[in-house]
Design a protein around this ligand. Sequence first.
Ligand SMILES: [Zn+2]
Length: 396
Amino acid sequence: MVTEIYDLGIVKDEQLKFAVIVSKFDDKFVYAKHKKRDTWEIPGGHRELNEEINLTAERELKEETGAINFKITPVCDYSVKREGQDKDYGRVYYAQIEELGELPDFEIGEIGLFDYLPEKLTYPEIQPIILKWVMKYRAEDEWFTIEKIDNETYAISEYGHWEKVHSYLLIGKNKALLIDTGLGIGNIRNEVEKLTNLPIIVITTHVHWDHIGGHCLFDTIYVYKNEVDWLRNGIGIPINVIKKNIMEKPFNKKLPIEFNIDNYKIYRGEPKRILNDNDIIDIGQRKLRIIHTPGHSPGHICIFEEERGYLYTGDLIYRGTLYAFYPTTDPVLFKKSVDKISELKGIARLLPAHNDINISITLMYDIKKAFKDIEDKNMLKQGSGIFDFDEFRIKI
Ligand SMILES: [Zn+2]
């Protein structure tokens, strides 16, 4: 028996005779056991006469698992060639089941939830191949990109969105620290839990929607004192403006299956700790210093880990356009903040909250100089416009 996989669009629709649906519920794979068998199979079945293949998939998923609420998406097509027979073609789907009801009284006697593949399979020559393909598709499709900075430090990036936001996970001896929680498009907590079991503290570089998107998934939130009010009561930007911002440019990646812009909300909540300038956060053999760097926002902070020389710069330093043009920003303070961090001794690496993650330390000094030039021209005030430099622009 030979199983082959095809990208969508190669196999003709009329050739497709089956739909199989790799499904997940509660982060486990869902398998079905036929009443007359004692082996497990991926839910799926025959396409009925004149039935649209997508409807076959939905019908089979409901019949074989009892799924009530789910999101389903086609992944690829496959063929199985048995000796002496023609190829049989089918389409593979991935479904995220949100609600399981009672199993309808058809052919399936039981469903089972497994981390990967059960041992006893009905089609051991087909199912592992299909599952592997779906996993590969899902990995390429993962909303978050995880990059190892060192053994205990990770960047969790969202390259699928035009803002290219980075959050950072720092693993200490007894706690983990998450610097910002991203856009709130994918579930960042799931990513964090793949990397650590430790209790998690979330530190907010500033209370802008693109850095607090996943705050709702965590209990322990720290924020700088000047933005406590924004965290509690919101920043005052209408939700439809923020939604427009999220959807402004096309996504470079497929959106997570669970994402729905209609349900997008901005986090509001009570911080567990209110931060001050020079506070030290100790997560066990790792100490982080809070550096108040207002300008982009009133309570913006950079976080400095002296021992490793890491400076997490938030929206103060990155490659791209730096923003100090809207009412709650302050170009004069922005400049002062850049000056302030330029004085720090022992910076080995800058870790920005946007765009290119590999930036050189000289970028910070270039930005410092740029602000000085703007100030010297007496233009360091809001409404002066956009100033273009090599690697960055300043909009004030
Ligand atoms: Zn930002």
